[in-house]
Design a protein around this ligand. Sequence first.
Ligand SMILES: [Zn+2]
Length: 193
Amino acid sequence: MIIQRVINSVFNSCSYIVSEANRSWLVDCGDVDQILPLVIGTLCGVLLTHAHFDHIYGLNALLSRYPSVLVYTCRAGLEGLLSDKLNFSRYYGDPIVLDRPGNVRIMGDGEAVNLVDGLQGRAVYTPGHSPDCVTWIIGDAVFTGDSYIPGLKTVTNIPHSDKALAAQSEAVVKRLAEHRTIYPGHASAMLTL
Ligand SMILES: [Zn+2]
């Protein structure tokens, strides 16, 4: 498995390209122009850590180029994708609503999606930073989004976040990460929306 990271122009959010057996999956989708050259083989889908706009703003451009790519999130994530108020893009001058909601697949807590033969992406609900936070386990990698960024306090001073829930989720993520490598949702302490 090859994991490549893109540090996006918006808030230093991170998108990841996970490749195996000539197929690639994204974790979150920011700067499409940076991401696409790194895709190896067929681009199959996007696993979302949550639907704050700095993690999803490339989706419409991506899906217009690759209309068969599926987007995996939880039900609250779909709500965020469909509301520029919930995903906060409305307040940052560039309202984003997903153009292709039919491409979204809802994952239950603990449910897994087959990425390639022998490799799954497992969704673990880790709400708190936002209600729709999902941590993804892929092999020895754990993609924590903004539920846990090592060295940073989880952001819970924004609408719809829940400090107590975030603390519980952080404990869950840390346990999941015990024998795995963490790939967080931001590359620096600048802003972690
Ligand atoms: Zn966020």
